[in-house]
Design a protein around this ligand. Structure first.
Ligand code: SF4
Ligand code: SF4
Length: 406
């Protein structure tokens, strides 16, 4: 693939520097310097490819400061695939990138041994993580569950089976928000779908790719492709738009084949859910970048929120929350500024609930929005369709018990 990659990056020479692509670039909006925006980064990458610019600390900063939100995806009139060009550029620069030199081996190690990494984090949860957060080394200290969602292959039966779906759980659901995965299983069983969580799923590879670790990310992509392509299922669902985007549209660029049947839960569930009695709440919907810009899914979550009995208020504008996975560790200031902007926008509305479709956005927005609940869409769906708006308090999870929800 190395030659292909170089060829791909050379596609950059099609860029005529019109600047259309930087119109919605959040890093440019925060710091209106040309190299902090889409066009500037592409010009730098062209210079690098032609040998006019040498790799340097500053060049790395410019290329790695892109949050990979995808707001520039599909905006180029000449068809330059901009996020892809940035990924390729990072792969070229990663060898000499000192700022993230510790992050790379940690990311590589933990993507290969995620259960062990989770146990290590759990050990450090009380002391190490709060200490690192206090020192500003990490932006926040996440609360971790006792046990992850996935174990070996798990199959959850449905009473009146209409079909069978697989779930690509993803790292953030598995290790940070397993209750969201349980909610998804609960909803799917309730509407008649058998659910399979296959053995062998691994990280989707997006965090490694964002660090320029192409080869390692491709290895993970091949593993996931092997596991999920053999399944006889109607659809592969994910609660994380970054995972969905990777499996569906990034894998074909990385390994030459993707998983067509993978989709966001809102796309799968929208026509299967009817309108419920009003539960009288208002909601703000935050569009996750990879779902809206990357996958073009904006209407389905809104339709589901309305059907679930909520009034949507002030949810027409898109904007990055600043999470970006490992980005919030590398560029804490930019990440915090973006978060601040979204927070002001959201808290300025009368919404009493904030709903989004991405576990990363939930994690990030919950840092600053503390006066009202920040929910993943699946939590709202479960509440409305399984508990008629009165979801019981979550009990502490029993590590011995499978997440059977009926
Ligand atoms: S992916 Fe987002 S941050 Fe990166 S260049 Fe495009 S718009 Fe800007
Ligand atoms: S829109 Fe396309 S041609 Fe215009 S600056 Fe961006 S990449 Fe170049």
């Amino acid at each position: 693939m190395a030659t292909d990659k170089t060829a791909y990056l050379e596609d950059l020479s099609r860029c005529v520097r019109c600047g259309t692509c930087k119109a919605n670039c959040p890093t440019f909006e925060g710091d209106p310097l040309e190299p902090m925006g889409t066009r500037g980064r592409l010009i730098l990458l062209q210079g690098l490819l032609r040998g006019e610019i040498k790799p340097s600390r500053l060049l790395n900063e410019r290329i790695f400061s892109c949050i990979l939100c995808g707001a520039c995806s599909g905006t180029c009139p000449l068809g330059v695939d901009i996020p892809e060009a940035i990924y390729r550029g990072r792969a070229l620069l990663s060898g000499g990138d000192k700022k993230r030199r510790f992050l790379r081996p940690i990311a590589k190690w933990s993507s290969r041994r995620p259960d062990l990494a989770f146990r290590a984090l759990r050990l450090g949860e009380r002391l190490v993580l709060p200490f690192l957060a206090k020192r500003g080394i990490i932006p926040f200290s996440p609360e971790l569950p006792e046990v992850p969602l996935r174990k070996t292959e798990q199959v959850f039966k449905a009473h009146k089976k209409k079909g069978r779906v697989a779930v690509f759980v993803g790292c953030s659901i598995n290790y940070v928000f397993p209750h969201m995965g349980e909610s998804l299983i609960n909803v799917l069983q309730k509407i008649g779908y058998e659910v399979v969580l296959p053995q062998g799923e691994t990280c989707c590879g997006a965090p490694l790719r964002s660090l320029g670790l192409e080869k390692e990310a491709e290895e993970l992509a091949r593993k996931n492709y092997r596991v999920f392509s053999r399944l006889k299922v109607d659809a592969i669902l994910s609660l994380c738009p970054t995972c969905t985007l990777s499996l569906k549209t990034e894998y074909p660029k990385m390994i030459g084949k993707g998983l067509d049947r993978v989709m966001d839960i809102s796309v799968f569930l929208n026509d299967k859910l009817g309108a419920v009695d009003k539960i009288y709440r208002t909601s703000y919907y935050h569009d996750p970048c990879h779902l809206s810009y990357g996958l073009g899914v904006t209407q389905e979550p809104r339709e589901i929120i309305r059907k679930a009995g909520l009034d949507l208020v002030g949810a027409d504008e898109q904007g990055c929350c600043g999470f970006g996975g490992l980005y919030c560790l590398s560029f804490k200031d930019i990440s915090s500024n973006l978060l601040q902007k979204r927070t002001e926008k959201i808290t300025g509305t009368a919404a009493d609930t904030v709903v989004t479709s991405c576990p990363g956005c939930v994690l990030q927005l919950s840092r600053t929005i503390t006066d009202r609940p920040v929910l993943h869409l699946i939590e709202l769906i479960e509440e409305a369709y399984c508990y008629r708006g009165e979801k019981p308090e979550k009990k502490e999870k029993d590590p011995q018990k499978e997440p059977t929800l009926f």
